[in-house]
Ligand binder design. Structure first.
Ligand SMILES: [Zn+2]
Length: 389
């Protein structure tokens, strides 16, 4: 890869012909039309999403004469460039000189570029930037891009994948899944955690359809002109989940719905019964893991490990141990009731407290309470064999 350092390009040059798209949330062009600020493999503009602190910081740096750091351009043709690294900073500059946002001056007053003193305007426009122009093959550029972090906000996994597999497929995917104007986002948000801008919905959709092999999938579909398969699969999963679970609970967000769909979609469920079961479990104080309720129900309400049911407290266990051990010693049998009725060497063994575990006499899943009356101590082997707490 060939690189050339340019030190004579000013903010004024960069911002000539600057276009910002409110709809797409990104800076489009600069440098009198010679510069593409956000090529399709780039992320959306996110400096404005923190209440504008970062874009304000960019302008203050310039006014104070602080360096803005290196900016990288990719030379894509004669006198044609794309921003490889620095698009957030360039977009902040462009948005400021076109009066898209104001900064706070030393007195706390909002100041737009057009309302600033001439000397301050001049200082901003005449600031020169440190720009590396890079020339190389697509794979060289992308390999390099993959290894850098953009100042301030490192690229996340999906943003890197979008860069590496850029093309029509990624463009379409972002248009649908990374577009905050998409009216479906609110519905999807009941099931998916994360932000549209940071590609979390697109990432989840790809994760589901590819069964976790996102890179392979994106590589195979890179030049597809549609994302029909991703959309169809995604809609199928969401429709399936919303048909079974009529109540929307906050614990649904971010569950592995793709995996749950694959595992359970051949079973049939009665949404009314599911809803009743949900309410019962949400009201049960012994259920520690509410996120596990969904798979517990899908699996036929059997695997209580998913619910992380609260076990007996230490005092209860000690009391039950003492009572069982006293009685066992009198009868000269094991203090593990299951060992006591066995015919092996342990039938009269007195186990130590730490060699035993608490067990629900009547299983919790069948309505057994988590109280002393329903507690018995078993040796660890028998407790594990019984399994169901
Ligand atoms: Zn035993």
């Amino acid at each position: 890869m060939k690189t050339t350092l340019k030190t004579n390009i000013t903010v004024k040059d960069i911002c000539a012909g600057f276009v910002y798209s409110e709809l797409e949330g990104k800076g489009l062009f600069g440098l009198s039309g010679k510069l593409t600020i956000q090529p399709e493999y780039q992320r959306n503009y996110i400096y404005a999403s923190d209440g504008g602190k970062r874009e304000q910081a960019v302008i203050e740096s310039v006014l104070n004469g602080y360096p803005l750091g290196l900016i990288y351009f990719n030379k894509v043709g004669k006198d044609q460039f794309e921003v490889l690294d620095g698009q957030q900073r360039i977009t902040s500059l462009g948005r400021f000189v076109t009066d898209k946002f104001a900064i706070k001056d030393e007195n706390g007053n909002e100041q737009y570029f057009s309302g600033m003193a001439q000397d301050k305007q001049k200082k901003i426009l005449e600031t020169t930037l440190l720009i590396y122009e890079c020339e190389g093959t697509e794979s060289e550029i992308k390999e390099w891009f993959k290894t850098i972090n953009i100042v301030g906000v490192p690229l996340n996994e999906q943003e890197l994948l979008n860069a590496v597999y850029s093309g029509p497929f990624v463009t379409k995917g972002k248009e649908w899944f990374s577009n905050s104007q998409n009216a479906n986002i609110q519905k999807w948000s009941a099931y998916i955690k994360g932000s549209v801008n940071r590609q979390d919905f697109w990432h989840t959709a790809l994760d589901w359809v590819s069964k976790g092999k996102i890179g392979e999938y994106m590589s195979a579909h890179r030049y597809d002109n549609n994302i029909d398969e991703v959309k169809n699969y995604f809609d199928t999963v969401i429709d399936w989940a919303s048909a079974i679970f009529e109540d929307v609970e906050s614990e649904m967000r971010g569950l592995e719905w793709g995996r749950l769909y694959e595992t359970y979609h051949k079973n049939s469920y009665d949404p009314k019964k599911v809803s009743a079961e949900m309410h019962r479990l949400y009201a049960d104080p012994y259920v520690k893991n509410r996120r596990g309720i969904f798979e517990y129900i899908l699996g036929g309400s059997r695997d209580t490990r998913l619910l992380d049911v609260r076990v007996f407290d230490e005092a209860t266990k000690r009391a039950v141990y003492a009572k069982q051990t006293d009685e066992a010693k009198k009868k000269k049998i094991s203090n593990c009731p299951l060992c006591a009725i066995s015919h092996d060497a342990n039938k009269s063994k007195i186990w130590q407290f730490n060699e035993m575990d608490a067990d629900h006499v009547s299983a919790w899943s069948k309505g057994g309470a988590t109280s002393a009356k329903n507690c018995q101590m078993l040796c660890k082997t028998h407790n594990r064999a019984k399994g169901n707490r």
